[in-house]
Design a protein around this ligand. Sequence first.
Ligand SMILES: [Zn+2]
Length: 401
Amino acid sequence: MPIVRLADIIGQPAAVEFLRGVVAGGRFANAYLFHGPAGVGKGTAALAFARALLCEHGGGAPSGAPGLFDEPIPPTGAALPDDACGGCAACGKSATLQHPDLKFLFPVSGEEKELDGTVAETIAALREDPLFVFTYEKASSIRLSLTRELIRELGFQPFEAARRVVVVRDADRMREDQYSALLKSIEEPGPSTVWVLSSSRPNRLPATIRSRCQRVRFAALSEQAVIAFLEQRAAVKAEEARLLAALASVSLARALTLREAEPLKLRNEALALIDPALRGDAQGLWKASQSFMKYGRTGRETLRRMIEFHELWLRDLLRARYGAPRELLANRDREEELRRQAQQIDAHEIRRRLTVLEEALRSIDGNVTADMTVFSAMARVAGARFGEGEWPPHPAGRWDY
Ligand SMILES: [Zn+2]
């Protein structure tokens, strides 16, 4: 069951405590805005919060006398539970996103005429995979047609629960005119709708929307929290979990997307490539580069990751130079090698190489052929020691270093 309870959210004690307090208090703002770094659990928490608001033993209990076979509703004035019970019919439905009063909007890409299919596929994947991660293309957006439909529905009474909860993931991916429709609805939602927006770029939301939301801040996750999650819930081996956490800059979502790409194997390939460059060995670099050319145009993501592994290695070199203990090294399984290299290179040179890699990452996103970018970056990492005549002839003759 993919939609968890607030109690299951990791690494966000302050936000979770606040939200559980809101649930127990039984008084809700018109709208909440969950904000904080990408990939730290805002979207997951938004759905968990919605679930708690719909739970029959909490805020979701419909008003009016209980039916003959209903479980007794706690008398008014008694404290409500502070989380979804997980066992009632409403919790069952919301866990699989099938509760009629739980509305869920998220950015999608692709053709408008295939929209229904795209949305259904995403929801099915989310339902089935407890480790599902939303990934977006640049142009992904929350579609106008879906917003319209939703806002029309809000005019009616909720179907089963005391209120309707509208969760909007990455709410910053909307158009201006959508925001005005949304704003009207947030300002006058009636007693029966609670909006829960999430965004890692809240400044892109119009100020008028932000100011009407109760803001809930999500913190950056600690590396330890990401590692523990990967190991315990995603069955990732300890060594790989550490690399993934470092590579993903503690975005759990990104670490989860990267976990299936054999991180250790790719890290080793990446190191085999940068090694001759670090030694200034032109022939060796040429040879090593033959093995990564296979990724070519199709493997942009893989090549990007290789460069990220290079950056991780260089950062480790910096740390090692400054005497960082083993626990602080992402590549600590190759500690001996790191320490040795760190002795032979000065910090200034490491920083220069990091700049080269940063530039390479930027140009991989542009129209440049990705494998060329990597190769030319490696040549520049190698530095000025490479002379023109050292390269074997290449038929394309287009190395640009
Ligand atoms: Zn429940």
